[in-house]
Design a protein around this ligand. Structure first.
Ligand code: SF4
Length: 335
C-alpha cells in the first residue's frame, strides 16, 4: 500500500489529577497509552470504544488540541508534536476537526459568515472580506444550506444545520485530514444519516481522510474503512471494517458488537454481558487492562500486557489467547 497520509506512533497522553487547596497531584489519568495506527489518503479510520476509553483524547492529541506526552504523529513529512507554534499554525490548514456538540462549538456572537470566513482570511485563502463572503456562500450551498444564512447567528439553526455549518468551517481551508469527534452523535437518527452521507460525499469530492471517533457501531459500519477498538486508553483490536464485523476477535470487541443493534435477524449475535464497570483510567488494571471483566482471563492476563497478534490480513488483536492461534475465541462456549 502507498505511504500513509498520517502515521501515529506510540501516542500517549496522561492527565494529572490535582486535589486540595494546594492543588497537589494525587494521581494520573492514563487517557491514551501507546496508541499507533496509520491513516491513508481518502480513507476513514473509526476509533471506537465506550465513553472514557480515550478515543476523544487520542483525536485531539493527534491535532495537538491537547499536548501529547509522548509519541509521534507524522503528517506531510512533519512530526506534529515537535513543531513550534508558527509551523503548527501553517499545518492547521491541512487538518481540521468537527466537534460533537453543534450547540457549543459555534461562537453564538458571530454570524455564520464570520465563523466560516475568518479562517479563510487568516490563512490568506480569501483576498478580502467580499471574497471571503463569496467563498462562504459557496461552502453553505455545498453543505446543503442556503447562501442567505451568511448573516444569521447559530441560535437561529437546528442541530443538524449547525453541524452542517461546523462541517463547512472544517472544509473551508481544503484540508486533507479531518477528525470527526462524535460528529453525528448528538443528532436525530434521520438527520444523522443525512450528515453521514454529506461527509462521505465531501470525502470523495475533496479527497479527505477522516479519523472518526465514535461509540456508535452502526456509524462505523456505514462509514469506516478501518477500525481500531480502544479500551482504557489502549488499542485492543485493529482491522479492516469487513474483517472486524465478520470475525471480531478480542473478547471486548465481541461484547461490544453483541450489544449493537443489528437490522438483519440472521446476523444477530447473542448478547454478551460483561461483568462490572469499566475500571478508572486513574488506576488501570495491571497486565491486560480488560482482565477484570474478561470471562476468559487467566493468571498471565493479570501480570503481562498482551502483544498485538495478527489473525488475518491487517487484522491484529492484543490478547494472549491469540499467541499461535488465529480463529476467534468463542465467549459464549460453555465452560
Ligand atoms: Fe481476556 Fe486475557 Fe485476552 Fe485480556 S489477554 S482479553 S484478559 S484473555
Amino acid at each position: 500500500m502507498s505511504e500513509p497520509l498520517l502515521r501515529v506512533q506510540g501516542l500517549t497522553k496522561h492527565f494529572p489529577v490535582l486535589r486540595g487547596f494546594l492543588r497537589r497531584r494525587v494521581g494520573t489519568v492514563r487517557a491514551v497509552d501507546d496508541v499507533s495506527f496509520d491513516l491513508h489518503k481518502q480513507q476513514t479510520l473509526a476509533v471506537v470504544g465506550e465513553s472514557g476509553c480515550g478515543k476523544t483524547t487520542a483525536g485531539r492529541a493527534i491535532l495537538r488540541l491537547v499536548e501529547p506526552d509522548a509519541g509521534h504523529v507524522w503528517f506531510h513529512g512533519k512530526d506534529l508534536p515537535t513543531l513550534d507554534a508558527p509551523a503548527l499554525r501553517q499545518m492547521r490548514r491541512h487538518m481540521q476537526i468537527i466537534f460533537q456538540d453543534p450547540y457549543s462549538s459555534l461562537n453564538p456572537r458571530h454570524t455564520v459568515g464570520q465563523i466560516i470566513g475568518r479562517p479563510l482570511v487568516l490563512h490568506g485563502v480569501a483576498q478580502n472580506t467580499a471574497d471571503a463572503e463569496d467563498q462562504v456562500r459557496q461552502l453553505l450551498v455545498r453543505v446543503g444550506l442556503q447562501p442567505k444564512y451568511l448573516s444569521r447567528y447559530p441560535h437561529e439553526f437546528s442541530g443538524g444545520q449547525r453541524q452542517r455549518i461546523g462541517i463547512a468551517r472544517a472544509i473551508a481551508l481544503r484540508p486533507d485530514f479531518v477528525v470527526c469527534d462524535e460528529a453525528v452523535s448528538a443528532l436525530d437518527v434521520s438527520v444523522r444519516a443525512q450528515v453521514l452521507n454529506l461527509l462521505m460525499d465531501l470525502q470523495s469530492e475533496f479527497g479527505l481522510a477522516y479519523v472518526f471517533v465514535t461509540h456508535d457501531l452502526s456509524v462505523v459500519r456505514h462509514i469506516a474503512d478501518e477500525v481500531v477498538v480502544m479500551y482504557l486508553g489502549q488499542i485492543v483490536e485493529r482491522a479492516p471494517r469487513t474483517s472486524l464485523f465478520l470475525r471480531p476477535s478480542h473478547p471486548y470487541t465481541q461484547a461490544l458488537l453483541s450489544a449493537a443493534p443489528e437490522p438483519d435477524p440472521a446476523k444477530r449475535r447473542q448478547r454478551i454481558v460483561l461483568a462490572g464497570d469499566v475500571p478508572s483510567p486513574m488506576n488501570p488494571p495491571t497486565g491486560c487492562r480488560f482482565h477484570t471483566r474478561c470471562p476468559l482471563a487467566f493468571a498471565r492476563c493479570r501480570v503481562e500486557l498482551p502483544a498485538a497478534h495478527t489473525v488475518a490480513d491487517a487484522h491484529t488483536v492484543a490478547c494472549h489467547l491469540y499467541e499461535g492461534r488465529q480463529e476467534p475465541v468463542d465467549l459464549l462456549a460453555p465452560g
